[in-house]
Design a protein around this ligand. Sequence first.
Ligand SMILES: N[C@@H](CCC(=O)N[C@@H](CS)C(=O)NCC(=O)O)C(=O)O
Length: 210
Amino acid sequence: MITLYDCATAPSPRRARILLAEKGVAHDTVQVDLKSGEQMGEAYRRINPQCTVPALRTEEGLLLADNAAITAYVEARYPEPPLLGATPAEKAEIASWNWRAEFEGLLAIAEALRNSSPAMANRALPGAVDYPQIPALAERGLARVANFFALLNDRLADRDYIAAGRFSVADITAVVAVDFARVVKQKPGDQHPHLLRWRAAMAQRPSMAL
Ligand SMILES: N[C@@H](CCC(=O)N[C@@H](CS)C(=O)NCC(=O)O)C(=O)O
């Protein structure tokens, strides 16, 4: 049986949860308590030395230590439905937008949250190494989140999906980012009608409740 190392409240493992649900892959889930720092403890470090979730143990016993590995493996092992694109052009477009949703969305929110939250003092980046907060980065992160919402709204003005005219990992990453922005008190509003329409359509997919 596949095992997903998860944390119900964190955005990165949510990407893996949605991916597995969209592929219909049965799996066990182990919750890792990020609030109490379980990811930094010896037991979890032995599972994933990067001290982050998600991680996924395959049926063959291989440990996949991040979303990049999990997505590549799951798509190759369970090709249907294709979530990384079917043609070379689709694959390129989806990869580009998945990266933008990660870099301009998720990482902007992380920058804003992790450089301001007292609970994350000295934990400005995830992973095994501690880094101090830089308050100016929190401010920059908020500006980037606003730009990300505007980017998605423009992109979705004449589209139902973020990339390649089909549902893909780019939609998954973008939904997770848009929803997670609430932790820095950002939400799409009336100025983002296309983004709101797309988010409402995404809510029809059972995976998005995860
Ligand atoms: N590149 C990783 C990033 C994972 C990541 O940042 N996970 C966060 C939760 S969203 C984490 O494990 N944080 C632990 C910590 O902050 O110590 C991926 O997407 O798989």
